[in-house]
Design a protein around this ligand. Structure first.
Ligand SMILES: [Zn+2]
Length: 108
């Protein structure tokens, strides 16, 4: 596992978790479509699927994928959520947030 510790300030208590390819495949199998091919139905963040597959607490976990996860319907890359505190040029603390791709789950 790569050491990503240096990129993570101590005061943000999330841990980067490198998933294996199998976990990504399992997550993809739960997905019917994504926000690109089915914007009306897609309302679950991709991270949520990973939480369910891995059992990690989403509050404290950032996922690192070994390879791109793809929408089974349209083939677009699925992005995991990402947020990080940083200091702007004026030394103001701010939160940068990149939301996860929204997906639609397969019906059960
Ligand atoms: Zn799609």
């Amino acid at each position: 596992m790569r050491n990503l510790e240096t990129q993570y300030p101590k005061w943000r208590h999330t841990s980067p978790v490198l998933l294996d390819a199998e976990a990504v495949r399992v997550a993809e199998e739960e997905i019917a479509a994504c926000e690109f091919c089915a914007p009306a139905e897609s309302e679950v963040p991709f991270d949520y699927i990973l939480d369910c597959v891995t059992g990690y607490d989403p509050e404290f976990t950032d996922y690192v994928l070994p390879e791109a996860a793809r929408c089974p319907s349209c083939g677009k890359n699925l992005r995991t959520g990402y947020s990080r505190w940083y200091y702007s040029e004026e030394d103001v603390r701010a939160l940068f947030v990149l939301p996860a791709t929204l997906v639609a789950l397969k019906g059960r």
